[in-house]
Design a protein around this ligand. Sequence first.
Ligand SMILES: Cc1cc2nc3c(=O)[nH]c(=O)nc-3n(C[C@H](O)[C@H](O)[C@H](O)COP(=O)(O)OP(=O)(O)OC[C@H]3O[C@@H](n4cnc5c(N)ncnc54)[C@H](O)[C@@H]3O)c2cc1C
Length: 412
Amino acid sequence: MAKVIVVGGGPSGIMAAISAAQNNHQITLIERNEFLGKKLKLTGGGRCNITNNRYIEDFFDKVVNNNKFLYSSFYSFTNEDLLNYLSSIDVEYKIEEENDLKVYTKNDKALDLIKSLEEDLKNKNVEIIYNKKVTDLIIEEDQVKGVVINDDIATQINQGENLYADKVILSTGGKSYAHTGSDGSMYQVLENHGHTITKTLPALCPLKTAETWVKNLQGISMKNVKISTKLKKKKISKCGDMIFTHFGISGPVVLIIDSYINKVLAGEHVEIFIDFMQDTSKEEIISLIRNNPNKNISTNLKTILPDGFVRELLNILNLSDVKGNSLTKEDENSIVEYIKNMKLTITSSLGFKGAMVTCGGVSTKEVDASTLESKKIKNLFITGELLDLDAETGGYNLQIAFSTGYLAGLSL
Ligand SMILES: Cc1cc2nc3c(=O)[nH]c(=O)nc-3n(C[C@H](O)[C@H](O)[C@H](O)COP(=O)(O)OP(=O)(O)OC[C@H]3O[C@@H](n4cnc5c(N)ncnc54)[C@H](O)[C@@H]3O)c2cc1C
């Protein structure tokens, strides 16, 4: 039986502690907040999109960076294993078939999931220390021997208290939504001890556009659009819902696109093209505008597109709302272009305060993918979003957190 310290009471640290406790180790979990899972509570808009009901094989395509690293983690603790475990602790869930197979808590309450996990930690005799921040690692001859803890940020100038253990699991998360406790400070600690930190960037983040007229469309939601862009001559297209905002665009498909363009966006602007009616051809749109020659173009378009979107279409293209048969070929082309190929220039994202996850982090090259043990520091394990791993929306990021946590706990 080893004495184990787990740092971070998010999904990854909780699962690491549970998995390690199942293997009869003596576990202490340290969380800097006064309760567990502060970020987990916000997930899925408070409903918690726990995982996805796709085959686990299909998860790899949804991981944006370093998907191959996750092979052992995903197969050691699959989405099915996760859901079986949750059932065993009386957490009910539902699969939203029509919502991209996302799995949510049955009563739409992330908090209930957190309470059940906390209960299970207690049942497995995991000691939990709240309100203490780990500010350093105790390392002797390339082996971790424990951690240094402090009361809070303000007292970090104090020396702190040493806590010793045979093994340490670090699950302190990334650096987005820093007010939840994951502020990225562990990156520096690990860098000081010889780990490489891959450049961190906001991912799954709303995007700002150069086109200021976009704010006229603010609040308008568009269903199942296709956003395309070219990165180093490679075309990327993603489909889903989006919403216009006062600064640019947001919504599920925009967040996903951000995860693919964020590295380029760090240095330059990126052009994207939006098809608002991907299942309708140009010819079909033209025939709809023209086929009802006695009705205005806006009346015809409103049968297939939201009112506000059509109103602004006329404003932005500077068109009069004429009857379908009076429309010039040139205006017809600009309407079709606006609907099928709207070009927007993305200047930046909202940054870490708006990002759901962090792209970058502890280099996966320096961590053993089959155990999650550091290749630089013996007996130190690194899990969850702290690692250079990030995925699309859909429950995949939480599955990464749970699976890597589970595997680390199993590998002690
Ligand atoms: C608004 C929002 C919604 C999201 N929705 C979803 C969703 O529905 N589905 C999905 O799959 N993903 C979602 N995500 C992403 C998902 O929440 C994260 O990927 C996941 O929480 C990462 O888990 P983690 O345990 O690695 O890190 P975290 O959840 O960040 O947990 C890390 C924990 O460590 C603690 N900690 C940090 N530093 C220290 C320290 N030095 N000492 C002690 N404790 C420390 C923190 O307080 C925190 O509790 C969402 C993210 C956000 C921000």
